[in-house]
Design a binder for this molecule. Structure first.
Ligand SMILES: C=C(C(=O)O)c1ccccc1
Length: 359
């Protein structure tokens, strides 16, 4: 027996195992023109390999709800129907391999319009297909970043609508799980954190005000996402800024509200809001935050962060610290990690036929 290879049912979806793929930007779409943000062979091969490798749920990289919501000009998008058509090829193959296709829908906020990580990740200007980022307040991510445009209440409502439209397109594209990106200092996380959110209207100041946009996005997505399909939320449990930023206490409070608003699982990461913070990196360094949410609320959680070994992953589940583990870079290094882990743990990876037969 291995907890890692027990199926997991969320609403009507049964994920075959607890080895899940975390969203990781590939920055491999075209940056402009009719194919801007459209999935291509790179994305197909990238996700197909991890599905063939036995990964139970694949959460596709941050897919932008609008052109200005992209992290880089090369991000995937789901703001038009051309993009939906190309994504159907990916979800179809994943399902044929017995993997559940998920998608992270995202808006980069003040961290938008930056170059690919392997090119340094610096902000890009209009000459490199860039644009002015938007944010809750006119506070740049770092000195090297432009001052973002402070969103008006009307513009906030427009972005909430873009998240809902993205969820509708995700359904049309064949995804069975949508994850709202509320982590890593992107737009939703920028509203949560008092470090980036200096607003004095109903979206800033108190915990209720700073979490308003996140809950409005969850409500708008839940209203269009089918009742029988799961909705995830990715959060940074802490900004690593002590009381100056978003805290783990606030994460527990928000987790309860997210569950009341129809979120089925919290994907618990940390950081990304401010540069230069001191993060105690190490194997499973973020697991304690997932474990705390799981211990203090009834919301299922997934743990992520330097999880690389089968025994390590198995222990996280066996200790009740999380309901699933998300692998990021480890799955870049080894697309077949799930199959190798099953061998090491003496478990079997069942084929789609076996799943249907045994349930
Ligand atoms: C959107 C990302 C995030 O959430 O940090 C990302 C960006 C680059 C690589 C992996 C993940």
């Amino acid at each position: 027996f291995a907890a890692l290879f027990e199926p997991y049912t969320l609403r009507s979806v049964t994920v075959p195992n607890r080895v899940w793929m975390a969203a990781m930007c590939q920055y491999s779409a075209e940056a402009f023109g009719p194919n801007a943000g459209v999935a291509n062979d790179w994305h197909f091969a990238h996700y197909a390999a991890r599905a063939t490798g036995g990964t139970g749920l694949i959460i596709q990289e941050a897919t932008a709800v609008s052109p200005e919501g992209r992290i880089s000009p090369y991000d995937l998008g789901i703001w038009n129907d051309t993009q939906v058509e190309a994504l159907r090829r990916i979800t179809g193959f994943l399902k044929a391999r017995g993997a559940v296709p998920g998608i992270q829908i995202a808006h980069a906020g003040r961290k938008a319009s930056t170059d690919r990580t392997w090119k340094g990740g610096a902000p890009v200007g209009a000459d490199a297909h860039g644009w002015q980022p938007v944010a809750p307040s006119a506070v740049p991510f770092a000195e090297s970043h432009p001052v973002p445009h402070e969103l008006t209440a009307d513009e906030i409502a427009q972005i909430t609508g873009q998240f809902a439209a993205a969820a509708e397109r995700a359904l049309a594209a064949g995804y069975e799980v949508v994850e709202i990106h509320g982590a890593h200092g992107y737009l939703i996380g920028e509203f949560l954190s008092p470090h980036s959110n200096r607003r004095t209207d109903s979206y800033g100041g108190s915990f209720e005000n700073r979490t308003r946009f996140a809950l409005e996005v969850v409500d708008a997505v839940r209203a269009v996402w089918p009742e029988e399909l799961p909705l995830f939320f990715r959060i940074s449990a802490t900004d690593w800024l002590e009381e100056e930023g978003w805290t783990a206490d606030e994460t527990v409070r928000l987790a309860r509200l997210l569950q009341e608003h129809g979120v089925d699982l919290l994907d618990v990461s940390t950081g990304g809001l401010a540069p230069g913070v001191n993060i105690p990196l190490g194997p499973g360094y973020q697991v304690p935050f997932a474990a705390r949410v799981k211990a203090e609320t009834t919301l299922p959680v997934a743990a992520v962060g330097l999880i690389t070994e089968p025994e390590q992953a198995e222990k996280i589940l066996a200790n009740g610290e999380a309901d699933a583990v998300l692998l990021g870079r480890e799955l870049l290094r080894d697309p077949f990690w799930a199959r190798r882990a099953a061998d090491e743990l003496g478990a079997e990876i069942r084929t789609p036929e076996q799943y249907h037969r045994s349930w």
